[in-house]
Design a protein around this ligand. Structure first.
Ligand code: SF4
Ligand code: SF4
Length: 404
């Protein structure tokens, strides 16, 4: 693609990176076929090729209007287009650059900025989030049906094993997962304990930075990344084998820390080390001898989150693992499509988000599963809000299937 970037952007690091990405796009349009928003809205500007063109116009100095922002806001950042693209276009990075420039040139209304700030604080502050969640769960029984469906049911945390092992791995403190589904990391710890690995609970840090990153608060995302690196660093230096991440969106974010902190001389090298150690729980288990792990038969539909299959390029790995230990995976369709959760997308784009959820649930339910498994807390809560079937992280189903 030919480009002619505006003078004030073309010689900046962002401008050079965006120019390279834009030039790698050959405008073939293959990506539109696998884009969920294009599938739903059938508008070129709600597909990757159209959005790339809109970002190109912004970078070339054309006026930025609400229409451009609307089409960029509707993107789920699911990266399905990257998986499809034969030219290797790094769309997600281009979108980040485009969104940052649009925020600068066309500031949102004060009401929208306030709402986004409140969300960033409420979701990234564990005590605040847990308090709000507990109030909502306490009132759940008297809420009208439509509102009740928005409040996740209370889930309990089981025991965290304390046996000593010579092998140690770390966890991510995270933000909303421990409030919404506190047993996911504990289930991972119990499964790893059977394999002779100690999963050490996080002793600091917090949100991986993704929530702020999604809301174009890049400096805040960098601060979150530094806090996590500082929390892990003593154990990394002491020889921890891996940083085990059970939320695939957080895993994709931590693996992207080298890009996020590339301009920070104090954290650049540490970010590279941490990103190499960061592993989705499926990556850890796939390297272990699982012959001792056998579950009682259960028919499960697996939803592979976009952050797992498109972000971390780990498509198919969890499915293989689940079948290896004895689960029966039911047939599903449109596996590449997003469920509509996408961080705060379900809050800001509720109609489209719910349409995508129903489409995903129809695709998951087609072969009559007994339960649904996924690998990311956002997808888990979003899907559970639309079905009576139990939805859990696959490591929770594995832990439960192994029995005590
Ligand atoms: S598939 Fe790749 S090269 Fe083709 S239009 Fe989409 S982003 Fe561009
Ligand atoms: S990231 Fe997802 S929603 Fe956005 S353009 Fe690519 S495929 Fe479409």
């Amino acid at each position: 693609m030919q480009t002619s970037l505006a003078a004030d952007i073309k010689d900046t690091p962002q401008g050079r990176q965006a120019d390279l990405i834009l030039r790698s796009c050959v405008h073939c349009g293959f990506c539109t076929a696998t884009c969920p928003t294009y599938q739903e809205l059938n508008d070129e500007r709600d597909g990757p090729r159209g959005r790339i063109y809109l970002i190109k116009q912004v970078l070339e100095g054309k006026p930025v209007g609400e229409t451009t922002r609307q089409h960029l806001d509707r993107c789920l950042s699911c990266r399905s287009c990257e998986t499809t693209c034969p030219s290797g276009v790094h769309y997600a990075r281009l979108l980040d650059i485009g969104r940052e420039i649009v925020e600068e040139r066309l500031p949102r209304s004060s009401g929208q900025r306030f709402m986004r700030r409140v969300l960033r604080i409420a979701l990234r502050t564990p005590w605040l989030f847990r308090t709000g969640l507990a109030v909502g769960q306490g009132l759940r029984g008297i809420l009208p049906g439509s509102l009740r469906a928005q409040v996740p049911v209370k889930r309990r945390r089981g025991d965290w094993p304390t046996s000593p092992h010579s092998r140690t791995m770390l966890t991510l403190a995270g933000c909303v997962q421990n409030g919404l589904a506190p047993d996911i990391d504990a289930a991972a710890a119990r499964v790893l304990d059977r394999l002779g690995i100690r999963l050490k609970p996080a002793s600091g840090g917090g949100c991986c930075g993704l929530l702020s990153h999604h809301l174009t608060a890049t400096q805040e995302a960098r601060a979150d990344a530094r806090a996590n690196i500082d929390a892990w660093w003593p154990d990394v230096q002491a020889g921890a084998e891996a940083i085990v991440i059970t939320a695939s969106a957080c895993g994709a974010m931590v693996k992207d820390y080298p890009q996020l902190l590339a301009d920070d001389p104090d954290y650049r090298e540490k970010a590279i080390t941490v990103a190499k150690l960061a592993k989705d729980i499926s990556e850890v288990l796939s390297k272990e001898d699982l012959s001792l792990l056998r579950v009682r038969q259960k028919r499960i539909a697996f939803h592979s989150p976009c952050s797992l299959q498109h972000g971390q390029k780990l498509g198919g790995q969890v499915e293989r693992l689940l079948q290896q230990v004895g689960f029966q995976l039911t047939a599903t369709s449109e596996n590449h499509l997003c469920c509509g959760s996408a961080g705060t997308y379900s809050i800001f784009q509720p109609t489209l988000s719910q349409r995508l959820r129903q489409r995903k649930l129809d695709a998951l339910n087609g072969d009559s599963p007994q339960a649904i498994a996924t690998a990311n807390i956002g997808c888990l809560v979003h899907l559970q809000g639309g079905t009576e079937l139990p939805v859990k992280h696959w490591v929770e189903w594995l832990d439960a299937g192994l029995g005590s």
